[in-house]
Write a protein that binds this ligand. Structure first.
Ligand code: CUA
Length: 155
């Protein structure tokens, strides 16, 4: 088969772009653990307070350097509020909303999730660096939206 020189170059470039994209996406997914939160459990948003585990929101130690944070979001707060965990811990957040759509974002980490009424959101993060991490609601949820925040203290 006879191919024009430019055709060959473009063919190689096109295949290279596809391969590079796949490698990058794979690296982000498997090496960096980046990916959209994809938990698919549902809950009756009217009965959050009576439904386990949300009947007892809080921070639970579930293993060595491993914690679960059971959290409800409502206008305009997080429950539990400010939390504290030891450095090097992996924290699994289990969250749901009691009213409208809220956001859960921790700048400087991979934590960024939409928390919707009727759905249970799960997202994990390892906190190696000590410090104060600001948690923000990044979905407009009403007049007090800009005040909806909390801190995670890692020490
Ligand atoms: Cu909750 Cu904005």
């Amino acid at each position: 088969m006879k191919m024009h020189r430019f055709e060959e170059i473009w063919l190689v470039l096109a295949v290279a772009v596809i391969v590079i994209s796949m490698v990058l996406t794979g690296y982000q997914t498997f090496a960096l653990g980046m990916g959209p939160p994809s938990n698919k459990e549902t809950i009756d948003p009217q009965k959050v307070d009576e439904t386990a585990p949300f009947d007892e929101p809080g921070v639970y130690e579930i293993g060595e350097n491993e914690y679960e944070v059971v959290m409800t979001l409502q206008i305009f707060s997080f429950n539990p509020g400010d939390i504290e965990i030891p450095a090097g811990s992996t924290v699994h957040f289990t969250m749901t909303s009691k009213d409208v759509i809220h956001g859960f974002q921790v700048p400087g980490t991979n934590l960024n999730a939409m928390v919707m009424p009727g759905h249970i959101q799960k997202i994990s993060q390892t906190f190696d660096e000590p410090g104060e991490y600001l948690v923000l609601c990044n979905e407009y949820c009403g007049t007090g939206h800009q005040q909806m925040g909390m801190t995670i203290t890692v020490k």
